[in-house]
Write a protein that binds this ligand. Structure first.
Ligand code: BES
Ligand code: ZN
Length: 556
């Protein structure tokens, strides 16, 4: 059962406050407070899987997802990004064959000893029960509570770079180690224009298929969706994204969730600066063009469907709002577009990157507001850029404007235009041959373009599939975009595949739009209802709650 709490003072999103009255006579003194507490199986930060739900089927698996405000269900804390703290943790595991990892480093692994020591430092407990094992961790850098993370399971590890380990079940270790072998190249690319990586190790951990995000930047232990295993590294930009959070987010942190774009917009910008170094500016710009669809879809959803225009602002007012409800691509892609626009204002990437380096240095280990960013930006450029140009920046339109972005950027369209031509051909009724020189993400762009037509005939859909074999694709972005296209055109033969996909991944980026598309289609409602019922306990609590809301909105 998913339980509803009925305690007084309890808010279903924010929880129950814990008040600790401090003795008056201690004003001005430091005091130490110990809180003894238990969590419950309902803690929504945690996912617990039975052995049967894992690949190896022998051991249970658990992991956490605290962002945005779920850390409070794991431990009593000041669960706001504004309060940063270091921590030590001692975790006792009652099965000595399980491995525990945290968003921290094993206690005795320092830079100097890292090479010579096993990454998985633990000691068999000396108490009477010899099957217990204790793992000790330390996070020496002050972090916000949303970055606390823990996982346990039958985890094996592979060294995938000079400062990086990958953790996952042994059955998929090699495949993921190969998929993510460019991790060090991404970190090095970031370091080529920013301050050195501050966190010592950068490790990755694969979550269960039910995990609701693509990735989560837990320090020293990025959590990754299993859906990133495309087999051809085509989805590794998510790793570049999470690495980027090592500067934007984890060092320089949004002060409140209304400033979330300072975490995510900056991170998307850094991610694409890394991609430009590895795959070229053409590719980085192409990713910007590709991201535009999710920005437009999010704006549409909040304006037309959920009727909350406030959430389309780059800096929304989130007073009393559960950040899970306002989550969308808007802080990511509107934020990215704003920074890309500012890049042009200040004269190009080199200037903006050196500004970013200073910004991360200035605000490292602190939290920032949108005004902090604005003031710092203006102070850094006031004597370097023509005042007339700076005065042209319409801060209010970018930050507080509802809906679309105020100024369009000029991206390099080389990779997009090739696709555009093919898409136009299909749309005007002329079939195409497959162009083998395309990269995986170009097919995603093709599908975005083809989705603009909502009445493909059965024959046309089958012809497209015959050429590109989208139905067979192992790339989750392609499967998703293909299934949306088919649902929109009421191609019912796709339903079993959609239902299977929705039972195999819990990633909200795919799951929510697919259910919404089914609910909107002529005959998809039953499939949507049956699939949701079947996967009620597969999806994470947060996902399930949002799906229920989406189902309600679809009936209203
Ligand atoms: N920090 C986010 C994930 C997140 C945000 C979890 C808010 C909970 C609340 C992470 O860095 C992220 O942005 N993930 C994206 C990656 C993508 C933009 C490359 C995702 O999960 O899709
Ligand atoms: Zn992010």
């Amino acid at each position: 059962m998913r339980k509803q709490d009925s305690k007084p003072n309890h808010n279903p999103s924010f929880g129950t406050p814990l008040y600790i009255p401090l003795p008056k006579e201690n004003v001005g003194n430091k005091i130490s407070v110990t809180v003894h507490y238990n969590t419950t199986p309902e803690s929504e930060a945690l996912v617990w899987l039975e052995p049967s739900q894992t690949l190896g089927k022998k051991k249970p698996f658990m992991f956490s997802q605290c962002q945005a405000i779920h850390a409070r269900s794991l431990l009593p804390c000041q669960d706001t990004p504004e309060a940063k703290a270091t921590y030590d943790a001692s975790i006792t595991c009652d099965d000595n064959e399980l491995v525990v990892v945290m968003g921290a480093l094993p206690k005795d692994s320092t830079s100097e000893s890292r090479e010579s020591k096993d990454q998985l430092t633990s000691t068999d407990s000396s108490n009477s029960n010899s099957s217990k094992k204790v793992f000790e961790f330390v996070q020496k850098i002050p972090i916000s509570s949303y970055l606390i993370a823990i996982s346990a399971g039958n985890l094996s590890s592979a060294k995938i770079g000079p400062r990086s380990y990958l953790f996952t079940e042994p059955e998929q270790l090699d495949a993921f180690a190969h998929e993510f072998e460019d991790t060090e190249a991404f970190i090095a690319a970031a370091e080529s224009f920013l301050e050195p990586y501050a966190w010592d190790q950068y490790n990755l951990l694969i979550a269960s298929p039910s995990y609701n995000f693509g990735g989560m930047e837990n320090p020293n232990c990025t959590l990754c969706s299993a859906s990133l295993l495309a087999g051809d590294k085509s989805l590794v930009s998510v790793v570049a994204h999470e690495i980027s959070h090592s500067w934007s987010g984890n060092l320089v942190t949004n002060k409140v969730w209304s400033d979330f774009w300072l975490n995510e917009g900056f991170t998307v910008y850094l991610e694409r600066r890394i991609l430009s170094r590895i795959y070229g500016q053409e590719y980085a710009d192409f990713m910007g063009i590709l991201g535009r669809k999710s920005l437009d879809d999010s704006i549409d959803n909040f304006l037309e469907n959920e009727k909350v225009p406030e959430f389309t602002k780059l800096r929304p007012d989130l007073n009393g709002v559960d950040p899970d409800d306002s989550f969308s691509s808007i802080p990511y892609e509107k934020g990215f577009n704003f920074l890309y626009y500012l890049t042009q204002v200040v004269g190009g990437f080199e200037n903006f990157e050196s500004f970013l380096k200073n910004y991360f240095k200035e605000f490292a280990y602190k939290t920032v507001t949108t005004d902090d960013f604005k003031n710092y930006f203006l102070s850094q450029f006031e004597n370097k850029v023509d005042q007339v140009e700076l005065d042209k920046i319409d801060w209010d339109a970018w930050l507080y404007g509802v809906g679309k972005i105020p100024v369009e950027n000029n991206f390099d369209r080389t990779l997009a235009d090739r696709v555009e031509i093919a898409a136009q051909s299909w749309i005007s009724g002329h079939s195409q041959e497959k162009d083998e020189s395309w990269q995986a993400m170009q097919y995603v762009y093709l599908l975005q373009k083809l989705q603009q037509k909502k009445d493909w005939t059965i024959e046309e859909i089958e012809k497209i599939d015959q050429v590109y074999e989208f139905t067979k694709s192992k790339n989750s972005e392609i499967s998703f975009a293909w299934q949306i296209l088919c649902i929109q055109s009421d191609y019912k033969n796709i339903f079993p595949l959609v239902s299977e996909f929705l039972s195999r991944t819990g990633r909200m980026k795919y799951v929510r739009p697919l259910y919404r598309a089914l609910l909107k289609s002529k005959e998809g409602r039953t499939v949507a209802e049956e699939t949701l019922e079947k996967n009620k306990y597969f999806y994470m609590t947060t996902t399930y709650k949002l799906l229920i809301k989406d189902f309600r909105n679809a009936t209203a």
